[in-house]
Design a protein around this ligand. Structure first.
Ligand SMILES: [Zn+2]
Length: 301
């Protein structure tokens, strides 16, 4: 089934640009058991892994849409997780609220390029998600440039995890994962070489937040989602730039199920953000990035 967008943008109060589907309907988990257990411990989450349909219901009740994805890292993790096809099919039956992003494993080379094209053509995905630390690749390496060229040509955005990660955290050697692969400066190279590719830095890039803000300021094609942290913990520089120079490129994202959209939004109310900037962060910037209709500009939560 090919996903087709059926989102009534005007009826939405917000768009959550960062939601993980961690389990499929057969019980397959996105991560191998050792990593999943360690991540749960790190996040002290009640280990809640809602189904795709339950996630759709949650967002529908809240009058929000959500960008949903998995991370395919078969080569690095030696584990076949949740598939992009599963996500696209689930989003297709919940296309009033879910927007599917695909995932391909960059270490599979030319097959990743073919798969990216196939996920768009046959399944209707509207963007792509990457996690350089988990997928074990350096996005600035020219080895992966055919993939970025293909995504640029497809005209869909690519979200890259940036900054530290809970995955592998607390394990010997961090399970072999390298944090530096998620330094946003590596994406500055990609943004420079592919100026029509819209790149989203996922999370405020801690401990490279200044770097992330610099790249997003310098490159017109670089955006940032504010997921993974409660707004309560946003650094002053982030709040200042979200209010000014980056107000058209920073977006609400929760990182659900690790952080609930309710918690994020509740803490966002308390954040010192200008009234006119709030709807941009909550919805309007995502509407532009995702190519949704902009009929709803100006709705305030
Ligand atoms: Zn995430």
């Amino acid at each position: 089934m090919v996903y087709e967008l059926a989102i009534d943008v005007g009826a939405l109060v917000a768009i959550d640009t960062h939601v993980h589907i961690e389990i499929d309907d057969d019980g397959t988990h996105s991560l191998p058991p050792t990593l999943a257990d360690a991540a749960s411990k790190y996040f002290k989450s009640g280990h809640e892994r809602p189904s795709l349909d339950a996630i759709a219901d949650l967002y529908r009740e809240h009058k929000m849409a959500a960008v949903v994805f998995t991370v395919e890292a078969g080569t690095a993790l030696k584990h076949v997780g949740v598939s992009s096809e599963f996500i696209a099919a689930g989003a297709a039956r919940n296309n009033d609220v879910l927007i599917p992003f695909g995932s391909v494993d960059p270490l599979t080379g030319a097959a990743a390029v073919t798969r990216a094209r196939m996920l768009v053509a046959d399944h209707g995905v509207r963007g792509f998600k990457f996690h350089p630390t988990v997928q074990n690749f350096d996005p600035s390496s020219q080895e992966f440039w055919p993939l970025w060229a293909a995504l640029e040509e497809l005209s869909f955005p690519a979200i890259f995890h940036t900054g530290q990660t809970g995955i592998g955290s607390g394990l010997p050697g961090g399970y072999g994962m390298r944090l530096r692969l998620s330094n946003p400066m590596l994406l500055d190279d990609v943004a420079a070489a592919f100026p029509a590719l819209q790149i989203v830095l996922a999370h405020p890039s801690v401990p490279w937040q200044e770097e992330g803000l610099a790249v997003a300021t310098h490159k017109a094609n670089v955006w940032m989602d504010l997921s993974g942290w409660s707004p309560k913990y946003f650094a002053p520089a982030l709040v200042r730039q979200a209010n000014s120079i980056l107000q058209d490129k920073v977006m609400f994202g929760s990182d659900y199920p690790l952080l609930t959209p309710d918690r994020w939004l509740k803490d966002f109310v308390e954040l010192d953000i200008k009234d006119e900037v709030r709807p941009k962060i909550l919805k309007d910037n995502a509407v532009r990035l995702l190519g949704l209709s902009s009929a709803s500009a100006g709705v305030v939560l």
